[in-house]
Write a protein of this length. Structure first.
Length: 378
Protein backbone atom coordinates (compact mmCIF):
# COMPACT_ATOMS: atom_id res chain seq x y z
CA UNK A 1 0.00 0.00 0.00
CA UNK A 2 1.13 3.54 -0.81
CA UNK A 3 -0.43 5.98 1.65
CA UNK A 4 -0.69 9.60 0.47
CA UNK A 5 -3.54 10.85 2.66
CA UNK A 6 -1.78 12.03 5.83
CA UNK A 7 -4.03 15.11 6.04
CA UNK A 8 -6.96 12.74 6.65
CA UNK A 9 -5.22 10.66 9.29
CA UNK A 10 -1.77 9.28 10.00
CA UNK A 11 -0.35 5.83 10.74
CA UNK A 12 0.23 5.11 14.43
CA UNK A 13 3.82 4.12 15.28
CA UNK A 14 4.31 1.00 17.36
CA UNK A 15 5.69 3.05 20.24
CA UNK A 16 2.44 5.02 20.41
CA UNK A 17 0.34 1.85 20.38
CA UNK A 18 2.56 0.34 23.09
CA UNK A 19 2.13 3.41 25.30
CA UNK A 20 -1.63 3.13 24.94
CA UNK A 21 -1.63 -0.62 25.55
CA UNK A 22 0.22 -0.19 28.85
CA UNK A 23 -2.41 2.26 30.06
CA UNK A 24 -5.29 0.06 28.90
CA UNK A 25 -3.97 -3.08 30.57
CA UNK A 26 -1.85 -1.97 33.54
CA UNK A 27 -2.36 1.72 34.41
CA UNK A 28 -6.12 1.75 33.94
CA UNK A 29 -7.05 3.82 36.98
CA UNK A 30 -9.57 6.66 36.86
CA UNK A 31 -7.69 9.96 37.45
CA UNK A 32 -10.52 11.14 39.70
CA UNK A 33 -10.17 8.20 42.08
CA UNK A 34 -8.38 8.89 45.36
CA UNK A 35 -6.58 5.57 45.90
CA UNK A 36 -2.99 5.08 44.62
CA UNK A 37 -3.93 3.65 41.20
CA UNK A 38 -6.11 6.67 40.47
CA UNK A 39 -3.66 9.19 41.88
CA UNK A 40 -0.85 7.72 39.78
CA UNK A 41 -2.99 8.08 36.66
CA UNK A 42 -3.75 11.69 37.60
CA UNK A 43 -0.02 12.33 37.85
CA UNK A 44 0.56 10.71 34.46
CA UNK A 45 -2.19 12.69 32.77
CA UNK A 46 -0.61 15.91 33.99
CA UNK A 47 2.80 14.73 32.78
CA UNK A 48 1.37 13.97 29.33
CA UNK A 49 -0.35 17.35 29.32
CA UNK A 50 3.00 19.04 29.95
CA UNK A 51 4.54 17.11 27.04
CA UNK A 52 1.87 18.24 24.58
CA UNK A 53 1.83 21.78 25.95
CA UNK A 54 5.60 21.91 25.51
CA UNK A 55 5.20 20.92 21.85
CA UNK A 56 2.55 23.61 21.43
CA UNK A 57 4.55 26.26 23.28
CA UNK A 58 2.11 27.05 26.06
CA UNK A 59 1.63 26.57 29.78
CA UNK A 60 0.14 23.16 30.61
CA UNK A 61 -2.60 24.89 32.61
CA UNK A 62 -3.87 26.42 29.36
CA UNK A 63 -4.37 23.08 27.57
CA UNK A 64 -7.61 21.11 27.91
CA UNK A 65 -8.25 17.67 26.44
CA UNK A 66 -11.28 17.05 24.23
CA UNK A 67 -12.57 14.05 22.30
CA UNK A 68 -11.36 15.46 18.96
CA UNK A 69 -10.60 18.61 16.98
CA UNK A 70 -14.27 19.05 16.11
CA UNK A 71 -15.24 19.27 19.77
CA UNK A 72 -12.44 21.75 20.43
CA UNK A 73 -13.55 23.93 17.50
CA UNK A 74 -17.17 23.93 18.70
CA UNK A 75 -16.09 24.73 22.24
CA UNK A 76 -13.94 27.64 21.07
CA UNK A 77 -16.73 29.19 19.01
CA UNK A 78 -19.36 28.92 21.74
CA UNK A 79 -17.04 29.96 24.59
CA UNK A 80 -15.83 33.05 22.68
CA UNK A 81 -19.37 34.12 21.89
CA UNK A 82 -20.42 33.58 25.50
CA UNK A 83 -17.57 35.67 26.89
CA UNK A 84 -18.25 38.46 24.39
CA UNK A 85 -22.04 38.30 24.55
CA UNK A 86 -22.05 41.94 25.71
CA UNK A 87 -19.57 43.03 23.01
CA UNK A 88 -21.73 42.04 20.05
CA UNK A 89 -23.22 39.29 17.95
CA UNK A 90 -20.95 39.33 14.91
CA UNK A 91 -18.49 36.61 13.84
CA UNK A 92 -15.83 36.75 11.14
CA UNK A 93 -14.62 33.51 9.57
CA UNK A 94 -13.66 32.21 6.13
CA UNK A 95 -15.54 30.19 3.54
CA UNK A 96 -12.74 27.59 3.55
CA UNK A 97 -12.74 26.64 7.24
CA UNK A 98 -13.11 23.06 8.41
CA UNK A 99 -16.74 21.99 8.68
CA UNK A 100 -16.38 21.89 12.48
CA UNK A 101 -15.98 25.67 12.50
CA UNK A 102 -18.45 26.43 9.71
CA UNK A 103 -21.24 24.36 11.24
CA UNK A 104 -20.60 25.86 14.68
CA UNK A 105 -20.87 29.33 13.14
CA UNK A 106 -24.08 28.37 11.35
CA UNK A 107 -25.46 27.17 14.67
CA UNK A 108 -24.62 30.59 16.15
CA UNK A 109 -26.45 32.22 13.23
CA UNK A 110 -29.56 30.32 14.31
CA UNK A 111 -29.05 31.89 17.75
CA UNK A 112 -29.21 35.37 16.21
CA UNK A 113 -25.56 36.00 15.34
CA UNK A 114 -24.43 37.54 12.05
CA UNK A 115 -21.51 35.74 10.38
CA UNK A 116 -19.23 37.16 7.71
CA UNK A 117 -17.75 34.38 5.55
CA UNK A 118 -14.66 35.66 3.76
CA UNK A 119 -14.00 34.29 0.28
CA UNK A 120 -10.43 33.33 -0.64
CA UNK A 121 -8.56 34.37 -3.75
CA UNK A 122 -8.48 31.76 -6.51
CA UNK A 123 -5.18 30.44 -5.12
CA UNK A 124 -6.83 29.89 -1.73
CA UNK A 125 -5.12 32.80 0.01
CA UNK A 126 -6.68 34.93 2.75
CA UNK A 127 -4.90 38.10 3.85
CA UNK A 128 -4.76 39.67 7.30
CA UNK A 129 -6.04 42.93 5.78
CA UNK A 130 -9.07 41.10 4.39
CA UNK A 131 -9.90 39.69 7.81
CA UNK A 132 -9.32 42.93 9.68
CA UNK A 133 -11.41 44.93 7.20
CA UNK A 134 -14.37 42.70 8.13
CA UNK A 135 -13.98 43.31 11.88
CA UNK A 136 -16.53 45.67 13.42
CA UNK A 137 -17.02 47.15 16.91
CA UNK A 138 -19.62 44.42 17.58
CA UNK A 139 -17.39 41.54 16.41
CA UNK A 140 -17.22 38.93 19.17
CA UNK A 141 -15.09 36.29 17.43
CA UNK A 142 -12.72 35.82 14.52
CA UNK A 143 -12.01 32.20 13.55
CA UNK A 144 -9.41 31.55 10.85
CA UNK A 145 -7.59 28.24 10.42
CA UNK A 146 -3.80 28.10 10.46
CA UNK A 147 -3.35 25.62 7.56
CA UNK A 148 -6.06 24.81 5.05
CA UNK A 149 -6.62 21.07 5.10
CA UNK A 150 -7.37 20.79 1.38
CA UNK A 151 -5.04 23.35 -0.20
CA UNK A 152 -2.17 23.69 2.26
CA UNK A 153 -2.34 27.50 2.42
CA UNK A 154 -0.89 28.94 5.63
CA UNK A 155 -2.97 31.85 6.92
CA UNK A 156 -1.47 34.89 8.75
CA UNK A 157 -2.79 34.30 12.26
CA UNK A 158 -0.07 36.29 14.03
CA UNK A 159 -0.69 39.30 11.76
CA UNK A 160 -4.43 39.06 12.42
CA UNK A 161 -3.80 38.95 16.18
CA UNK A 162 -1.60 42.04 16.03
CA UNK A 163 -4.14 43.91 13.94
CA UNK A 164 -6.98 43.02 16.28
CA UNK A 165 -5.15 44.56 19.20
CA UNK A 166 -5.47 47.90 17.45
CA UNK A 167 -8.85 47.57 15.72
CA UNK A 168 -10.96 45.72 18.28
CA UNK A 169 -9.04 44.52 21.35
CA UNK A 170 -12.14 42.91 22.85
CA UNK A 171 -12.70 40.55 19.92
CA UNK A 172 -11.40 37.03 20.53
CA UNK A 173 -9.38 35.04 17.97
CA UNK A 174 -9.61 31.30 17.38
CA UNK A 175 -7.47 29.27 15.02
CA UNK A 176 -7.99 25.65 14.03
CA UNK A 177 -4.36 24.51 14.00
CA UNK A 178 -5.11 20.82 13.50
CA UNK A 179 -3.27 20.71 10.15
CA UNK A 180 -0.52 23.02 11.35
CA UNK A 181 0.51 21.43 14.65
CA UNK A 182 4.02 19.99 14.21
CA UNK A 183 3.69 20.53 10.45
CA UNK A 184 4.59 24.24 10.25
CA UNK A 185 6.72 26.16 12.79
CA UNK A 186 4.69 28.05 15.39
CA UNK A 187 3.92 28.27 19.09
CA UNK A 188 0.72 29.31 20.81
CA UNK A 189 2.60 32.35 22.11
CA UNK A 190 3.91 33.38 18.70
CA UNK A 191 0.47 33.17 17.06
CA UNK A 192 -1.31 35.21 19.70
CA UNK A 193 -4.69 33.47 19.29
CA UNK A 194 -7.03 33.22 22.26
CA UNK A 195 -8.18 29.71 21.33
CA UNK A 196 -6.20 27.11 19.40
CA UNK A 197 -7.31 23.63 18.34
CA UNK A 198 -5.06 20.58 17.85
CA UNK A 199 -5.69 16.86 17.28
CA UNK A 200 -3.63 13.71 17.86
CA UNK A 201 -4.43 11.65 14.79
CA UNK A 202 -2.80 14.14 12.41
CA UNK A 203 0.64 13.58 13.97
CA UNK A 204 0.76 9.81 14.46
CA UNK A 205 -1.49 9.67 17.51
CA UNK A 206 -4.80 7.88 18.02
CA UNK A 207 -8.20 9.07 16.86
CA UNK A 208 -10.60 10.24 19.54
CA UNK A 209 -8.39 12.79 21.33
CA UNK A 210 -7.80 16.49 20.72
CA UNK A 211 -7.06 19.54 22.79
CA UNK A 212 -8.02 23.19 23.07
CA UNK A 213 -5.58 25.90 24.14
CA UNK A 214 -7.30 28.73 25.98
CA UNK A 215 -5.36 31.96 26.39
CA UNK A 216 -5.21 34.32 29.33
CA UNK A 217 -7.64 36.86 27.85
CA UNK A 218 -10.45 34.30 28.14
CA UNK A 219 -11.99 34.74 31.58
CA UNK A 220 -14.05 31.90 33.08
CA UNK A 221 -14.61 30.08 29.78
CA UNK A 222 -18.00 28.47 29.41
CA UNK A 223 -17.77 24.65 29.32
CA UNK A 224 -19.19 22.89 26.28
CA UNK A 225 -20.22 19.85 28.35
CA UNK A 226 -21.85 19.91 31.77
CA UNK A 227 -21.00 17.29 34.35
CA UNK A 228 -18.04 16.49 36.59
CA UNK A 229 -14.99 18.51 37.55
CA UNK A 230 -12.49 17.02 35.11
CA UNK A 231 -10.14 19.35 33.19
CA UNK A 232 -10.30 22.01 35.91
CA UNK A 233 -14.08 21.92 35.74
CA UNK A 234 -14.11 22.96 32.09
CA UNK A 235 -14.58 19.66 30.25
CA UNK A 236 -16.69 17.07 32.02
CA UNK A 237 -16.21 13.36 31.40
CA UNK A 238 -13.69 10.76 32.53
CA UNK A 239 -10.35 11.44 30.87
CA UNK A 240 -9.49 9.21 27.89
CA UNK A 241 -6.22 8.19 29.49
CA UNK A 242 -4.98 5.76 26.84
CA UNK A 243 -5.65 8.26 24.07
CA UNK A 244 -3.94 11.03 26.04
CA UNK A 245 -0.92 8.77 26.53
CA UNK A 246 -0.85 8.10 22.79
CA UNK A 247 -1.18 11.82 22.00
CA UNK A 248 1.79 12.66 24.22
CA UNK A 249 3.93 9.85 22.79
CA UNK A 250 3.08 10.89 19.23
CA UNK A 251 4.05 14.50 19.98
CA UNK A 252 7.29 13.31 21.59
CA UNK A 253 8.16 11.18 18.56
CA UNK A 254 7.23 13.87 16.04
CA UNK A 255 9.42 16.40 17.87
CA UNK A 256 12.51 14.22 17.39
CA UNK A 257 14.46 15.80 14.51
CA UNK A 258 11.36 17.79 13.62
CA UNK A 259 13.18 20.24 11.34
CA UNK A 260 14.56 17.34 9.30
CA UNK A 261 11.06 15.87 9.00
CA UNK A 262 9.60 19.17 7.83
CA UNK A 263 12.38 19.62 5.27
CA UNK A 264 11.81 16.06 4.03
CA UNK A 265 8.08 16.65 3.55
CA UNK A 266 8.77 19.93 1.75
CA UNK A 267 11.18 18.15 -0.61
CA UNK A 268 8.61 15.41 -1.24
CA UNK A 269 5.98 18.05 -2.01
CA UNK A 270 8.31 19.83 -4.43
CA UNK A 271 9.17 16.53 -6.09
CA UNK A 272 5.47 15.70 -6.42
CA UNK A 273 4.83 19.05 -8.10
CA UNK A 274 7.65 18.33 -10.55
CA UNK A 275 6.48 14.79 -11.35
CA UNK A 276 2.76 15.52 -11.56
CA UNK A 277 3.11 18.72 -13.58
CA UNK A 278 4.46 16.60 -16.46
CA UNK A 279 1.07 14.84 -16.81
CA UNK A 280 -1.06 16.35 -19.59
CA UNK A 281 -4.16 18.23 -18.39
CA UNK A 282 -2.93 18.26 -14.77
CA UNK A 283 -3.07 21.61 -12.98
CA UNK A 284 -1.37 22.30 -9.65
CA UNK A 285 -3.70 24.25 -7.37
CA UNK A 286 -1.69 24.57 -4.16
CA UNK A 287 0.24 27.82 -4.06
CA UNK A 288 4.01 27.81 -3.45
CA UNK A 289 5.09 28.37 0.13
CA UNK A 290 2.26 26.43 1.73
CA UNK A 291 2.41 23.71 4.35
CA UNK A 292 4.92 20.99 3.43
CA UNK A 293 2.50 18.08 3.67
CA UNK A 294 -0.46 19.07 1.47
CA UNK A 295 -0.69 19.26 -2.32
CA UNK A 296 -3.91 19.89 -4.23
CA UNK A 297 -4.02 19.29 -7.99
CA UNK A 298 -6.67 18.80 -10.67
CA UNK A 299 -6.69 16.34 -13.52
CA UNK A 300 -8.81 18.68 -15.58
CA UNK A 301 -11.82 16.94 -17.08
CA UNK A 302 -11.49 13.65 -15.22
CA UNK A 303 -13.91 13.20 -12.24
CA UNK A 304 -11.98 13.16 -8.98
CA UNK A 305 -13.94 10.32 -7.39
CA UNK A 306 -13.18 8.09 -10.36
CA UNK A 307 -9.48 8.88 -9.94
CA UNK A 308 -9.59 8.11 -6.21
CA UNK A 309 -11.39 4.82 -6.84
CA UNK A 310 -9.01 3.78 -9.64
CA UNK A 311 -5.86 4.50 -7.64
CA UNK A 312 -7.39 2.91 -4.55
CA UNK A 313 -7.83 -0.35 -6.44
CA UNK A 314 -4.09 -0.18 -7.17
CA UNK A 315 -3.28 0.28 -3.48
CA UNK A 316 -2.60 4.02 -3.68
CA UNK A 317 -4.51 6.10 -1.12
CA UNK A 318 -5.31 9.68 -2.08
CA UNK A 319 -8.42 11.78 -1.53
CA UNK A 320 -10.79 14.02 -3.45
CA UNK A 321 -10.58 16.58 -0.65
CA UNK A 322 -11.26 16.51 3.07
CA UNK A 323 -12.20 13.09 4.44
CA UNK A 324 -15.11 14.82 6.19
CA UNK A 325 -16.90 15.29 2.83
CA UNK A 326 -16.99 11.55 2.02
CA UNK A 327 -17.05 11.98 -1.73
CA UNK A 328 -19.37 15.01 -1.81
CA UNK A 329 -18.25 18.26 -3.49
CA UNK A 330 -15.90 20.25 -1.26
CA UNK A 331 -16.94 23.70 -0.03
CA UNK A 332 -13.25 24.67 -0.10
CA UNK A 333 -12.87 24.00 -3.82
CA UNK A 334 -16.27 25.59 -4.51
CA UNK A 335 -15.09 28.78 -2.79
CA UNK A 336 -12.24 29.10 -5.30
CA UNK A 337 -14.79 29.52 -8.13
CA UNK A 338 -12.78 27.42 -10.56
CA UNK A 339 -14.10 26.29 -13.94
CA UNK A 340 -16.23 23.16 -13.63
CA UNK A 341 -13.72 20.93 -15.42
CA UNK A 342 -11.01 22.04 -12.99
CA UNK A 343 -13.02 21.81 -9.77
CA UNK A 344 -14.47 18.45 -10.76
CA UNK A 345 -11.04 16.89 -11.13
CA UNK A 346 -9.46 18.00 -7.84
CA UNK A 347 -7.51 15.46 -5.81
CA UNK A 348 -5.38 15.92 -2.70
CA UNK A 349 -2.08 14.24 -1.94
CA UNK A 350 -0.74 14.64 1.57
CA UNK A 351 2.55 13.44 2.99
CA UNK A 352 4.25 12.34 6.18
CA UNK A 353 7.83 11.85 7.30
CA UNK A 354 7.60 8.28 5.97
CA UNK A 355 6.64 9.29 2.40
CA UNK A 356 9.29 8.48 -0.23
CA UNK A 357 10.08 9.63 -3.74
CA UNK A 358 9.20 6.11 -4.90
CA UNK A 359 5.69 6.62 -3.50
CA UNK A 360 5.35 9.78 -5.60
CA UNK A 361 6.68 8.00 -8.70
CA UNK A 362 4.09 5.25 -8.32
CA UNK A 363 1.29 7.78 -7.88
CA UNK A 364 2.42 9.83 -10.89
CA UNK A 365 2.56 6.72 -13.07
CA UNK A 366 -0.92 5.67 -11.95
CA UNK A 367 -2.32 9.13 -12.69
CA UNK A 368 -0.67 9.09 -16.10
CA UNK A 369 -2.29 5.70 -16.85
CA UNK A 370 -5.66 7.01 -15.69
CA UNK A 371 -5.30 9.98 -18.04
CA UNK A 372 -4.28 7.78 -20.96
CA UNK A 373 -6.83 4.98 -20.54
CA UNK A 374 -9.97 6.69 -19.18
CA UNK A 375 -12.12 9.11 -21.12
CA UNK A 376 -12.68 12.58 -19.60
CA UNK A 377 -16.28 13.01 -18.50
CA UNK A 378 -16.61 16.56 -17.19
Amino acid sequence: MIYLDHAATTPVPRAVADAMYEVLTEQFGNPSSQYPLGLEMKRRVESWRRTIAGALGCDARQLFFTSCGTEADNWAVTAACWQNRHVGRHIVTTAVEHSAVLEACRWMERQGYEVTYLAPAQDGSITAEQVLDAVRPDTALISVMLVNNELGNVYPIADIARGLAAKNPKALLHTDAVQGFLKVPFTARSLGADFLTISAHKIGGPKGIGALYIGQRVKNPKPLLAGGEQESGLRAGTEATAQIAGFAKAAELRLENLEDKLRHMARIRDYAVERLAAIPDLKVLSAPGGAPHVLSVSLVGWPSQNIVNDLGQQGICISAGSACHQGKPSHVIAALKLPKKVSGGVIRLSFGPETTAADIDACAEALQRHHDTRMPML
